[in-house]
Every structure is written in structure tokens, then in C-alpha cells.
Design a protein. Structure first.
Length: 257
């Protein structure tokens, strides 16, 4: 446990020394929330939005900000793991401890991003249940932090990976926002047919967040899907991290087996 804490502190110190990360953490949520809010002020009030267009825009901006920030940190963590953790593994550091430290660092930054986003949103929008709303933002950040780890494994370059992450978060946000009334369904194993919008990673956190902000209620039916998303992505992220930090000897052994 002490090793994880020490390694996590080193990861956070490393992140704190990156001006871009700090700048995005402070500036991105206010800019995105206001940009989404002002751009949607001229929209007609649609039944699928569930709120005044400007308010719905700010809710969308808050979710995008926390999701993208957490995803970006997850992306950078796995890319830097390719460079440093392979050498640490050769030196005898357990893979599990290194992964745990990176996930802890990602969670801390995600929490900070949620704090900034929630503070900005609260300044412009009356939040009915602050605790539930903040928890929903943290859950959205957790989902996208793990997605960032997976994207970083598939696209192991900071620029290209960031572009993929922006596109993914933006498309996800629009798909789950209610701007488009999509009635098409897709089959999901063990669940049945669900609407296309419900397959978006941010759909269930958004429903949880919207209910907390506007009504002050807990939309409990969305907790199980969120848990499934987090557990599923965590499993994939662990496998992806293990693959990205394999050294040449381990890869050769894997191929020989």
C-alpha cells in the first residue's frame, strides 16, 4: 500500500509539472460550459432536452469537460507508461503497483476536474442536489479516464490520441444529449434491444446528472449500467496496460507460447 501511495505521489508531481495539464484543468471547464450554454441559447425548447436550452447546454458542457479531462489524463498515463514502466518492470517493480499508481493519479485529476466543472456550473445554474450532481460528474470522469487508457493503447501518440478522444467525447455527448430523437434500436447481449443513444458511454451518467441538477432526485435505474461500464472498461484497461508495458522478452515469450 505504501508503495502505491509513493508511486501515486510521483505521478501527481509529474502531472503538476506539466503546464498544459494545469492550464486545461483550470481553463477548460469554464470555457466549455459557457461555450455550450451560449451556443444553445438560441435553440428552441425541445421535449428531449428536458430543460431550458441554455441550461441543457451548460450541463452538456460540464459533462464534456470532466470526460475529456479525465480521458486526456488516462491517455497520457498509458503513453508515458510505454516509456517508463517497462524499465521499472525490468527493475523489479510489480505491474499491479504501477497500474494502481497511474489509476490513482488519474482519479485525483478527475476529481479536481469535477470540482472545477461543478463550481462553474453552480455559478450559472441552480443545482437541486449538489452531492448527487457532483457524484454523477465523478462517475462520468471515471468512465472516460478508463476510455483514455484504452485509446492510449490503440493510438500511442499524444496528438493523434487526443484528437480521437475529442471526437469520441464530442460525438458521445451529442448522441446522449437528447438533441436528436433517435428511435433506432440495437441488440445488446443479455439486455435486449436498446435505443442507440443508450449505448453511448455518457448516456447513463448524463441521466443521473440531469436528474440531480434539475430535480434533486437519484435516478437509481442508471447506477447498474454505469457500474457495468466502469467494470468492463477497467478490465479492458488493465489488459491494455499490461500489453503496452510488455518488454521485448515478454512479447517473445507470449508469441512462443
Amino acid at each position: 500500500m505504501g508503495g502505491v501511495v509513493t508511486a501515486s505521489r510521483l505521478r501527481l508531481t509529474e502531472l503538476a509539472r506539466q503546464p498544459l495539464t494545469l492550464g486545461l484543468l483550470v481553463a477548460l471547464p469554464p470555457v466549455v460550459i459557457e461555450l455550450y450554454g451560449t451556443s444553445m441559447e438560441s435553440f428552441p425548447r425541445l421535449p428531449t432536452l428536458g430543460a431550458d436550452p441554455a441550461v441543457a447546454g451548460r450541463l452538456t458542457g460540464a459533462l464534456f469537460a470532466v470526460a475529456f479531462l479525465a480521458g486526456l489524463v488516462g491517455l497520457f498515463q498509458v503513453i508515458s507508461a510505454r516509456e517508463g514502466d517497462e524499465r521499472l518492470a525490468v527493475a523489479g517493480f510489480p505491474h499491479g503497483r504501477m497500474l494502481a499508481s497511474r489509476l490513482v493519479a488519474m482519479c485525483v485529476v478527475a476529481l479536481l476536474g469535477a470540482v472545477v466543472s461543478f463550481g462553474t456550473l453552480s455559478y450559472r445554474v441552480e443545482v437541486a442536489s449538489p452531492v448527487l450532481a457532483f457524484a454523477a460528474l465523478v462517475l462520468a470522469a471515471a468512465i472516460y479516464g478508463l476510455l483514455g487508457v484504452i485509446v492510449g493503447t490503440l493510438v500511442p501518440r499524444e496528438l493523434e490520441g487526443s484528437i480521437v478522444l475529442v471526437f469520441l467525447a464530442d460525438f458521445d455527448n451529442v448522441l446522449s444529449s437528447g438533441l436528436f430523437s433517435l428511435t433506432a434500436t440495437v441488440p445488446v447481449p443479455f439486455v435486449g434491444d436498446v435505443r442507440v443513444a443508450e449505448t453511448a458511454p455518457l448516456y447513463h451518467p448524463r441521466e443521473l446528472f440531469t436528474a440531480a441538477v434539475l430535480d434533486g432526485t437519484l435516478a437509481g435505474e442508471h447506477l447498474a449500467p454505469i457500474a457495468l461500464w466502469i467494470v468492463g472498461l477497467l478490465v479492458v484497461a488493465v489488459l491494455a496496460y499490461g500489453r503496452s508495458t510488455q518488454g521485448p522478452t515478454e512479447r517473445l515469450a507470449g508469441w512462443s507460447a
